[in-house]
Design a protein around this ligand. Structure first.
Ligand SMILES: *Cc1c(COP(=O)(O)O)cnc(C)c1O
Length: 385
């Protein structure tokens, strides 16, 4: 911890443990303690740690061709773009690769400017990233306020409120961006017709509908993309987190007319779609397909939803697949997170009364059972102090 404070800026605070190795859903710290990893690098290590398919694909790629820039094509970026196009079910889909979620949303914001309009509608409490453009889309005052002035013309309306959206979206709106299921704000699934309504308001005004699937994409919810429950399709999908299975990779996928807005020279990224990161993403997608992991996500997710709801002190469990949020009846979320860590499980408390868990998608039912026992004990002890 002293070493951290001497060399790392204070933007994260100081972590209490140092992780040195991992296998599947188990990680080890520098002292040799083991933890069940129920955060997975914040919904990122979708196949857990050191998955053989990723290790093999990345090792092979790094010893063949590491980086080429986008002046040149390479087999992985083509194969991955073809896979993602197929996953969207839209032959018109075209992909831009970058390295993170913030960059994917920045790319969407720039793309929307090419409609000739500049107004944006986003939602309160949303999270879209930390760069100035992505932060301007983010609807959390605590993250925004220290960095004002942000980009103008972005209106934030309450999440899940169709009438507020209808009022905010006009002929001047370039894009509407939402998380199809709110992640950081509490794993909130909006009312059934909400996304459908947004689709119709955007169709009526010509605004691009952008779904930020950075957290809810890549199988996290039991579907490839977090919006699939709605039955409608957006104009733009942004991805990152799980896409690279732990390697830095993001994507901005545009469909239909939106796929033609960028022309040569409009945007770029030196590392975007790099051979190594895309090798990892291909290993992730092929493994999820081969091992039928999406149905496994539904099964383990349902188990966790049911079991966690029975624990005294838990007032509500919300979720979609293996993105699960728990509301507690006392403001002890940070204490529970700390106690869980001492008892051997890693989770996250975005606020004092809300806990987020997002294990690897291939976490076993046994590990889920073990986690429930640890969590119940940690919560009991945190309430009784
Ligand atoms: C994490 C996250 C981002 C930002 O991703 P970074 O890779 O940290 O830039 C954007 N949107 C959502 C929904 C996220 O969960």
């Amino acid at each position: 911890m002293k070493r951290w404070q001497k060399v790392i800026q204070d933007n994260y605070g100081t972590p209490s443990i140092e992780l040195v190795s991992g296998r599947g859903s188990v990680v080890k710290d520098a002292q040799g303690n083991s933890y069940l990893d129920f955060l997975a690098g914040i919904a990122t290590n979708v196949l857990g740690h050191a998955h053989p398919a990723i290790v093999t694909a990345v090792s092979k790629q790094v010893s063949t061709l590491g980086h080429v820039s986008n002046f040149y094509a390479h087999p992985n970026v083509l194969e991955l773009a073809e896979k993602l196009q197929k996953m969207t079910g839209e032959k018109s889909a075209r992909i831009f690769f970058c390295n993170s979620g913030a960059e994917a949303n920045e790319a969407a914001l720039k793309l929307s400017r090419k409609t000739g309009k500049s107004k944006v509608v986003a939602t309160q409490e949303s999270f879209h990233g930390r760069t100035i453009g992505a932060l301007s889309l983010t609807g959390q005052p605590s993250k925004r306020n220290p960095f004002k002035p942000l980009i103008k013309g972005i209106k934030h309306v309450p999440f899940g409120d169709s009438a507020a959206m209808k009022r905010a979206i006009t002929k001047k709106t370039a894009m509407v961006i939402i998380e199809p299921i709110m992640g950081e704000a509490g794993v909130i699934v909006p009312p059934a017709d909400y996304l459908k309504n947004l689709r119709s308001y955007c169709d009526a005004t010509g605004a691009l509908l952008v779904f930020d699937c950075v957290q809810t994409g890549m199988g996290r919810t039991g579907d490839w993309f977090g919006y699939e429950y709605s039955g409608i399709k957006p104009d733009v999908i942004t991805l990152a987190k799980g896409l690279g299975g732990g390697l830095p990779l993001g994507a901005m996928i545009a469909v239909g007319a939106a796929a033609k807005l960028f022309t040569a020279g409009d945007h770029g990224s030196t590392f975007g779609g790099n051979p190594i990161a895309t090798a990892s993403a291909l290993a992730v997608i092929k493994t999820i397909e081969k091992e039928k992991i999406l149905s496994h996500v539904d099964e383990v997710g349902e188990f966790l939803l049911a079991e966690l709801a029975l624990i005294p002190g838990v007032t509500e469990v919300r979720g979609a697949g293996l993105l699960i949020g728990l509301t507690l009846d006392k403001p002890v979320a940070k204490a529970v997170t700390k106690r869980c860590q001492e008892l051997g499980a890693l989770i996250n408390a975005p606020s004092e009364s809300f806990i987020r868990i997002a294990p690897a998608l291939n976490v076993s039912l046994r590990q889920a059972q073990k986690f429930v026992v640890i969590f119940a004990q940690a919560l009991k002890e945190s309430i009784n102090v």
